[in-house]
Design a protein around this ligand. Structure first.
Ligand code: HEM
Length: 226
């Protein structure tokens, strides 16, 4: 660790597990979505898991630990401009959690994932497989939502690519190991970076309860037992 630096725990276990599970599922969704009808059942199951995870992450954005909260990382435009200057000057980041630009990217990624999983519920493949809510709408509407499902996935690939480039930019030009921090939860920061903010870590039990709630919600949407 360099002089004038400190190590700070920023990411809680639920955020880290959410992120890496999402990455694995996203890779699987790509593979299974392109691999023909024998994988479609698993594609849909993985989609339900992504939907439950994203709904969980949205709830955690209100009830979770300090740096998981939307209020801690959705910043004003002036802060985004300031952040852009930091990035271009390749100065060490003073942000313990997501930087202001990264914070907005997180929101965009979550919304795009919601659109992806939401449209998948109503999609059809013109062959044997339909999303579980297909019969609630007309074929024409399902076709439109299927198109959105396909194009939004391309958008998600672009967003995920930009996200990865940003993380690698931090590693290459600012010597900041954000990827390691997403595994360990700990970031190396300039000593004055925490800015007096003491992170509060929410209970993992609360995370488990919220995940159970969102998993149940997705189960009820998909199976419609009532
Ligand atoms: C191997 C590929 C990936 C790597 C190495 C990676 C790395 C990271 C890192 C380091 C962060 C924290 C950024 C920060 O410190 O502000 C992050 C956050 C995030 N990433 Fe990725 N990412 C990858 C793929 C993806 C994909 C494919 C998605 C979604 C489609 C994604 C969605 C997110 C989200 C939503 C967050 C915010 C986490 C949270 O606050 O809960 N990432 N990623």
């Amino acid at each position: 660790m360099g002089a004038g630096e400190t190590q700070v725990k920023v990411w809680d276990v639920p955020v880290r597990l959410f992120h890496w599970l999402l990455v694995l599922l996203f890779a699987f969704m790509f593979f299974s979505g392109k691999s023909g009808s024998e994988w479609i059942e698993w594609h849909m199951r993985a989609g339900y898991a992504v939907l439950a995870l994203v709904l969980f992450r949205i709830l955690w954005g209100f009830a979770g630990s300090t740096h998981a909260r939307f209020t801690s990382f959705l910043a004003a435009p002036s802060a985004c401009i300031e952040c852009m200057k930091h990035l271009l000057a390749r100065k060490p980041s003073p942000y313990p959690g997501h930087n202001p630009l990264g914070g907005w990217m997180v929101l965009v990624l979550l919304l795009a994932l919601l659109v992806q999983t939401g449209t998948g519920l109503f999609a059809n493949d013109d062959l044997l497989s339909n999303g579980p809510l297909y019969d609630l709408i007309s074929k024409a509407t399902s076709d439109q939502l299927t198109m959105i499902h396909i194009w939004n996935f391309n958008l998600l690939l672009l967003l995920a690519g930009a996200h990865l480039i940003a993380v690698l930019y931090h590693a290459a030009f600012m010597k900041e190991n954000l990827i390691g921090a997403m595994f360990t939860g700990v970031k190396r920061l300039p000593a004055d970076a925490a800015g007096g903010v003491v992170a509060r870590f929410a209970s993992p039990w609360l995370a488990l309860v919220l995940l159970a709630v969102t998993a149940l919600a997705v189960y009820l949407i998909v199976k419609r037992p009532f």
